[in-house]
Design a protein around this ligand. Structure first.
Ligand code: ADP
Length: 635
């Protein structure tokens, strides 16, 4: 639609950033079934704008003056428009372009890639990615924004959501923002007073500033206008906590549980901690995760106050409102502030209380939690033990860990260290574990053969971080942790047989030859007491770094001063090893030895240095073993 515009308004038409258009289209189509949420999103933005102003006014009280910050809804039936007005911070022209013309989030591209095409699922995702403002286009075929920042000229923005927007100078004398929705015919219900009233009650009742409905010439305050967390617990229902959670986090999923505490005494503060059900997309990115918002005396100070909760609890969401911190508190100050330190310690304790409670009372839900956030919680073992934090706290974290094990066939990790200790054999000294890249790789590892034969349980650790976890968690309940892939000192005794000495002398020469042929690859070779089915395996030294850890460091391009060569253990009962012993010819011996070594490395999850030569050697062995006719006899 081409309209002539007066030159003095400097109207400019701009294209939306390509990704913004794509998101817009998606928003409109996939969110239609939940179209009422546009009101929640716009009120939430207006409320944020008021909080930002309140924060700026700390340094410049003249900004606020005697204004009462509020949000006003103005339905106009004659014009078919709904206006959401706030007297918050407003936007400059550059901010309007930045905020409403692009989606200033690095996650947008990634978000688009994660969409499944399933409308219901995608609708859930959309809310997570801060496309809040664009939800206006679900119910409106045209949206205008009139906005003014205190020291800037007013700006008028307008779009039909079809790919471009127009921006020009606006007419507005007071600071703040007015978002006007030109409602589609089928969405005129949002002009009805009763509809607006019940939506505000449902979604926005918890906001700490008045939401006013302009109906005729009377103003009607729709909400309690009291910051949610300041209200007494007895007054609040589960739905209220969930509604506030959605406002706080934009997570479309509900929270799993929460803890709301008002602390009085030496330090005064209120904390409201939520344990989410689902993980944010950036949980494993630097500075990722949701974090805790900090308020001082009800004034919003900062998002993601990392100083209030350690990073291994970064999946928690929520807020802290303290009257004992200065209003001008900065991140730097928070780090050294004693009050903040005490609040942090209390929040850690409270979070652990929540998790212990969940584990004890709802194991199925705890398993879901563990699947989503377990890898993050594990960092707690590493960080806290190295920082010599309170030992009882580290122990609490250790008790919350869940593992796969040879005794549980579950797809989910479900074994606790206490379960393991309770099942240990009478003469077993250590808690055995095996690290591997995959669960299947762990379950089928040759290292487990001897343990299985003796009925000794082994924990199977398949997260990358597990290498560090076992590096820090040296013991539990007085029992040391030991790798099933290293020397395993007390394993020898239960498995050892009377013939062992005889076997060893029978293989002495073979072991020495192996050591020579595989120089530079293994430290030495020895007769295994752990293998029952496989011909050979590689074993890390008792104090050496695990082979997998060595690989992880190598992949990360790090030099590895602790790398030690593994020991090659051979199974004297295996026919391949017997053949090896009897093979007098040097070249044949070397070929077979190399194949054994390479196989052991593969079974370990390692990578071959020279896969082509391995294949050639294996093929030569197969051919040598085939009957002359070329037929392979099966069975
Ligand atoms: P989000 O709120 O998740 O950042 P939105 O798309 O809802 O994403 O809004 C984009 C940005 O536009 C906001 O971060 C804010 O800077 C700005 N904005 C939106 N509404 C307002 C408003 N009423 N007043 C001031 N700024 C606003």
């Amino acid at each position: 639609m081409a309209k002539a515009k007066p030159v003095e308004t400097q109207a400019e038409t701009k294209e939306f950033q390509a990704e913004t258009r794509q998101v817009l289209r998606l928003v409109i189509h996939s969110l239609y079934a939940h179209r009422e949420i546009f009101l929640r999103e716009l009120i939430s933005n207006a409320s944020d704008a008021c909080e930002k102003l309140r924060f700026e006014a700390l340094a410049r009280p003249d900004l606020l003056g005697s204004d009462t910050l509020s949000i006003t809804l103005i339905p106009d039936k004659a014009a078919g428009t709904l206006c959401i007005r706030d007297n918050g911070i407003g936007m400059s022209r550059a901010e309007v372009i930045d905020n409403l013309g692009t989606i200033a989030r690095s996650g947008t591209k990634k978000f688009l890639e994660t969409l499944s095409g399933d409308a219901a699922k995608d609708a859930q995702l959309i809310g997570q990615f801060g496309v809040g403002f664009y939800s206006a286009f679900i119910v409106a075929d045209r949206v205008t924004v009139l906005t003014k920042r205190t020291d800037d000229e007013p700006v008028h923005w307008e779009s039909d959501g079809e790919g471009s927007y127009e921006i020009k100078a606006g007419q507005k004398s007071e600071r703040g923002t007015e978002v006007t929705l030109h409602l589609r015919d089928e969405d005129k219900e949002f002009l009805e007073e009763s509809r607006l009233r019940s939506l505000v009650r449902k979604y926005s009742d918890h906001l700490g500033l008045p939401i006013i409905l302009k109906a005729g010439d009377k103003d009607d305050t729709l909400n309690q206008a009291k910051a949610f967390w300041t209200r007494p617990k007895s007054e609040l229902k589960d739905e209220d906590y969930q509604a506030f959670y959605h406002h706080l986090t934009h997570d479309p999923d509900d929270a799993r549980m929460w803890a709301h505490n008002k602390v009085e005494g030496n330090i005064e503060y209120t904390s409201l901690l939520y344990l989410p059900k689902s993980a944010p997309f950036d949980l494993f990115e630097r500075d990722g995760g949701g974090g805790i918002k900090l308020y001082v005396k009800r004034v919003f100070i900062m998002d993601k106050a990392a100083e209030l909760l350690p990073s291994w609890l970064r999946f928690m969401r929520g807020l802290v409102d303290s009257s004992d911190l200065p209003l001008n508190v900065s991140r730097e100050l928070l780090q050294s502030d004693r009050t903040a330190g005490k609040i942090k310690a209390a929040l850690v304790k409270r979070t652990l209380d929540l998790l212990e409670d969940l584990a004890a009372s709802k194991p199925v839900e705890y398993a879901e939690f563990w699947k989503t956030f377990g890898a993050v919680l594990k960092e707690g073992v590493i960080k806290d033990m190295s920082q010599k934090a309170d030992a009882s706290q580290s122990e609490r974290v250790a008790k919350l860990l869940r593992f796969h094990s040879t005794q549980s066939a579950d797809e989910a990790a479900s074994v606790t260290l206490a379960d393991y200790v309770g099942r240990m054999q009478a003469d077993q000294k250590s808690i055995y574990y095996l690290t591997a890249d995959t669960l299947a790789g762990a379950r089928n590892s040759p290292h487990l053969e001897g343990f299985r034969a003796k009925g000794i349980e082994v924990l199977l650790l398949v997260d990358r971080i597990d290498e560090w976890v076992v590096g820090h968690l040296h013991e539990f309940d007085g029992k040391t942790l030991a790798s099933a892939a290293s020397v395993a000192p007390d394993l020898g005794s239960p498995i050892e047989t009377p013939e062992k000495a005889a076997t060893e002398s029978a293989y002495k020469g073979t072991l020495e030859r192996l050591g020579k042929v595989l120089t530079g690859k293994i430290n030495s070779a020895r007769v295994s007491t752990r293998l029952t089915d496989s011909p050979a395996c590689l074993v890390a030294g008792e104090y050496g770094m695990s082979l997998r850890m060595g690989r992880i460091l190598k992949q990360a391009g790090q030099s590895n001063p602790f790398a030690t060569l593994p020991v090659l253990e051979v199974n004297p009962k295996h026919v391949l090893i017997e053949r090896l012993r009897d093979s007098a010819e040097e070249a044949a011996f070397a070929d077979l030895a190399s194949v054994l070594y390479d196989q052991a490395l593969l079974a370990e999850g390692g990578e071959l240095e020279d896969p082509a030569t391995f294949v050639r050697r294996v093929n030569a062995l197969i051919v040598a073993g085939l009957p002359a006719s070329g037929k392979i006899l099966v069975g």
